[in-house]
Write a protein of this length. Sequence first.
Length: 557
Amino acid sequence: MITIDNFINPPLLVSAIIALLIVVFCIIIKLRNTANISFIYFISPLVLIAGSIISMIKGPNFYFVASLIISELLLIPLLVVKAFDNPKKREAKKAAKLLADRENSIATNELAQAAIAEIKAKSEKTLEVNKDLISKVSNYFNNENSIESFLEYCNKMITEKTSADGCVILLADGDDNSLAVKSLMGSFPPPYKLPEDLPHKPIRVETNLRFASFPFSGNIFGDIFTEGEPTLITDSVKDPRVYQNGPEEFLSCGSYIFVPIKQQERSIGLIGLSILPGKTPFSKEDFENAIIMTDAIASAIKPLYSFLAYAEKSELSKDGIIATKYQKDMLPAKLPVIDKLQIGCFSNPVENVCGDYYDVLVSRKDRVSFVMADVAGKGMNSLVVMIMIRAILRLSVNTAQSASTILSWANRGICLESSKIDHFASVALINYNSTTKEAQISTCGNNPVFLYSVSNKQLSQISTPSEPMGVDKEAVYSDINITLNSGDILVTCTDGLLESLNENGVQYSTESLKKVLLQNSNASAKDISNRVKDDLRRYSENIQQYDDQSLLVIKIQ
């Protein structure tokens, strides 16, 4: 039997399409923002669409009716709200919300402006301090104690700005891992434990602090320096880091400020400020001022360090150029021609070093003296010592004394030198008698002497290391007496040659020298020295060296 239910599917489909159109229009309204669309307008037609589709698939109209009821129930709350809404009250609430938002915005702007003003004031203060210090630092470029004088000025400035009773400035010594006091002003009760044997007298305590150094840990200075953070101590009695030395009144600790001096996040020193007990402790404003001024000091001290380093380097370069010139003048301009003897030599001076010196002295008919010296130190210092050694040896070799005695005389003369410069030297002295072909060799320090024996085709070191010249005036040196044959070779050099480095940091070494000497034992002394020089140049290439390189070759004919 055909009923109306047989034709229900088309209406259900139409209902679903209409509901879908409603959803589409709601989406368009929402996207274009032409009206306020509640989420109910989306859910209600979607429920109708679902009910229509389920009824078409499963048959019973129950699903469509149920979905219709649900859609109506979803719409009722929205309609109730809209029906009883009070537009005036809603507008008033909206206006109140806008007013509150505006007031919050004004308050926020006021806070922002206050913060900006505070930052601006702080920046202006920082710029003012930096400007003052940068203008002052140039006045200390040519002072004898530039760093100390500049720190004294900084000490006075930061003490006045913070109304402190005392201030101490310490700088780090990286080699010793310690902080050394560089400036001390006013009353600064020591916040560290005083030595047990130090009398508790103001002058003794102040002197102890003025010349003290502190490890990077285990004391309040070192600990705060290592931590790298500024510290404000308003009550030192309650702070366990402050050691109470008492009971003397002048040792009583009050309020402290400690600020690390930092450059590129690396601490290079520390500033400590103190206020005596019984007075108003440091305030946060004092603390901030101390930080600002310490940062300015760190910025100003950098160009001073740079200038002093440049000036020192320039002075060393100037000294080195002069010393190198005189060093070349002291080397033999032309080697003497000696019967039945060949001589080869070279010296590669390193800039600003000026440490090597060799000489060939035809002093008597039965003696030719060969000298190879390596003086400690650089520049003019080593030149002065070199001149002294050269003068003493040139006078002494004319005597009949042995090589060891001549070195002993020179050693006593150098040891009497009381200047602060290093006056140590390694010296090899070879006295050769061309008539008997006998050589007497004496060395001090570590300049080696090698002998190539033509009889067994072997090369060996005949000297042994001993006390350098200039260390002990009572030093005793020994003689090595040998008889040479035609074709034998004596070779001496400085340790700068043997310690020359290649690109891998490996030293040239004695073995490399021996190899070249053995390969060229049949060549002349001049050719041997040239081939060693060439081999050394190939080995080191363009690698910077740090010591002079010198060689002296003596071949018996």
